[in-house]
Structure formats: structure tokens, C-alpha cells
Design a protein. Structure first.
Length: 184
């Protein structure tokens, strides 16, 4: 096992943690097994847990929309590569989040927030290199906010499932932030 760890490149650690996360989730109690308990799992979800699920979902939707905008507007190979990575990773993270929200009976919004949509429109209004720089700055801010949101969930949240989502998404978000900062 030690030899296998040495073979994994540092950048792949976040991806490896992300792909192994569903196995860890299988060890958590399920709503089916919790149905025997006197209090349902949906009732154990705090206001903080619900807020995290909703805000993180909006963040994933915003990142996917921003990635698609960059693929349409940018001619920079590195920006387009980051955009494709964001679409793929945030799609996967959001699929897990949506499943947890469904099981916990938490309704999710259908779109990014008005502020997120406004910020993306402001970036898309730019051209060429100005678009790329503004897009990268927007991604830096969004990923810094996502990390803060996850840290707050780990401190204040009550649902183990929701805390697992925050914990498992952190390495992926940190990796995205590193890519964006490197490109800026």
C-alpha cells in the first residue's frame, strides 16, 4: 500500500480522494436503515445543512455555466482546459449532492443565484484576453467561497452525510483553485 501511495502524483490525490468518496458513503447509515429509528433522517437535517446543500448546489450550477461560457468564448487553451475540468468535476460533485438532498428530502434551487448570473454576464460581455482574465478572477472568487462554505459546514453542520459532501469536495475545489491561481 505504501508503494502505491508513492506512485500517485500529487495532483491526482484530489481526484483519487474524489473517486474513492462513494465507498466511504456506503458505510454511512442509509435512510432505509434509519427508518427503524424513531426520528427520521430528514428531521435530523439542520437549517445549516439545508443552507449548505442549497448554496453548494447553486455554486455547482454556476461553475458548470461558467465553464460552458468559457468553452464558447475563450480561445486560450489553458482556460478552455480548466473550463472543461470544472464542468466535469462540478457535475460529479453536484450529482452526489443532489442524491443526498433527495434522500434527506431537501429541495434544491433550479439555477444559480441572481448575483452569480449577473457576475457571469459581466464576464461574458468582455472579449479576448480581458474575458480570460475576468473569467479566471471570477473562478478564483467562486472557489474561495466554496471552500469557506465547506469549512463552515464542517464546523456548524449536523448531518454526517452533508459533512461528508463538504469534506469530500474540498480537495477537488482546492485543486481547481490551484489551477486558476496558476493561470492568473
Amino acid at each position: 500500500m505504501r508503494a502505491a501511495r508513492k506512485l500517485v502524483p500529487a495532483g491526482a490525490a484530489a481526484v483519487l480522494a474524489f473517486t474513492l468518496a462513494p465507498a466511504a458513503q456506503a458505510q454511512s447509515p442509509t435512510p432505509e436503515t434509519a427508518a427503524v429509528a424513531p426520528v427520521s433522517w430528514a428531521q435530523r437535517v439542520s437549517a445549516q445543512d439545508r443552507a449548505y446543500l442549497r448554496e453548494a448546489h447553486r455554486g455547482h450550477l454556476a461553475e458548470i455555466a461558467a465553464g460552458r461560457a468559457a468553452l464558447r468564448e475563450s480561445r486560450d487553451r489553458d482556460v478552455r482546459s480548466i473550463a472543461a475540468r470544472l464542468i466535469r468535476d462540478h457535475g460529479r460533485l453536484d450529482a452526489r449532492l443532489r442524491e443526498a438532498a433527495r434522500r434527506l428530502r431537501v429541495s434544491l434551487p433550479d439555477s444559480p443565484s441572481a448575483e452569480q448570473r449577473r457576475d457571469l454576464r459581466a464576464v461574458v460581455a468582455r472579449n479576448g484576453h480581458r474575458f480570460d482574465r475576468a473569467w479566471l478572477r471570477l473562478q478564483r472568487e467562486a472557489h474561495e467561497h466554496a471552500l469557506w462554505l465547506g469549512e463552515r459546514q464542517l464546523r456548524r453542520g449536523s448531518s454526517g452525510w452533508v459533512k461528508d459532501l463538504a469534506r469530500d469536495s474540498a480537495p477537488v475545489i482546492r485543486h481547481h483553485l490551484h489551477m486558476v491561481r496558476t493561470e492568473l
